[in-house]
Design a protein around this ligand. Structure first.
Ligand code: HEM
Length: 147
């Protein structure tokens, strides 16, 4: 189980969530440009789109929306369940999570520039991994049940 987020991290993420959401489309677009440089990662989404026609942009939108509930994660429980099921259906694995972090955090910096400093990026990184650990835990359970 992950360490709880520090009060400082929670405060930073909540304070910066509105500006990230305001630039959400730009940030998500930039994030996918960075993410899809890796063909293995891109293939996960291509298959998913063929199967459902759904927009992968929901992934980044969800991460930005999560920030608003970072101090009330119980409210996020049903979303975690839906995302975990979708991830298992599209073969997302724990080893894919660093790629999303490594695309999202630089995308935030690319778009917001001097408006974000290292302290803010570190807080978002911590918050990302806190959620990622919860998702990975639930996805592992679903994979194990299916095996
Ligand atoms: C904390 C991190 C993540 C969050 C919050 C998240 C969130 C989401 C959400 C909200 C959806 C849409 C679910 C729905 O259809 O209702 C989704 C789908 C998906 N995610 Fe994630 N995700 C995360 C990490 C990842 C990672 C690491 C990968 C793999 C690189 C990934 C790949 C996908 C794929 C392939 C889909 C299906 C896309 C589609 O339906 O077209 N996600 N994710």
């Amino acid at each position: 189980m992950a360490e709880p987020l520090s009060p400082e991290t929670i405060a930073i993420v909540k304070a910066t969530a509105p500006v990230l959401q305001k630039h959400g489309l730009e940030i998500t677009t930039r994030m996918y440009e960075r993410l899809f440089v890796d063909p293995e990662i891109k293939a996960l989404f291509d298959q998913a789109e063929q199967a459902s026609g759904a927009q992968p942009k929901r992934l980044a939108a969800a991460i930005l929306a999560y920030a608003k509930n970072v101090d009330n994660l119980a409210a996020f429980g049903p979303s975690v369940e839906r995302m975990a099921e979708r991830h298992v259906a599209t073969h997302v694995k724990p080893e894919h999570y660093p790629a999303v972090a490594n695309a999202l955090l630089p995308a935030i910096k690319d778009v917001l520039g001097d408006a974000v400093d290292q302290r803010i990026l570190d807080a978002w990184g911590e918050a990302y991994w806190f959620l990622a650990d919860i998702m990975i835990g639930r996805e592992t359970q679903i994979y194990d049940q299916a095996a």
